[in-house]
Design a protein. Sequence first.
Length: 212
Amino acid sequence: MPDSIAVTADNHAHYLVRPLRRSDRRLIEQALRLLSARTLYARFHTRRTRLSPREIDYLVSTDDRDHVSWLVLDPVQRAHDGPGGLPIALGRYVRDAENPSRAEVALTVCDHHQGRGVSKVLLGALAASARTAGIESFCGSLLAENHAMRSLMQSLGATLRVQDGTVWAEASADPWHLPDNGTAARIRRVAAQVDAALGAQRRSASMARMRS
């Protein structure tokens, strides 16, 4: 499993990103407790104040190809379960079974870190995984009143379609195919950082196997 990768967000804050592990269930439960009812509703479209055990099981049931999730951690804050930083955001994509080149994306950012470019960090990390998995486009749903996310999607050249109060958005999963603007450039920067780190980790693991 890849180690944590250091990246920099819009506000020059430093974060760590890494793929979500099945063993991260307690971390996810801890992070969900940091979400306000407003953020839970925006992400999960529900008025509940917590997710069911089955829903949390689904979040951590990743396979590193068709269901991929990345954590963003704040290295300054320590998680209750040990070192490595406090989880403050989670992004995932699930491949469309009928259209394998397409995947549905969902992003969750803790309230105190919203508006700091963390969503772009997540999109960059997810894009790095998607490129190696043959995924060409990302789609997702958001509430019509979620103006911040709508603005982000529009800046990425996404196609938007409104249906029953929900906005469906679709954009390229390849950050190098996004529009030439500052928002896309920040996603490309994170994707490049993650790509380089993953490549170095794969080479290191390969060398270790050859020596053993």
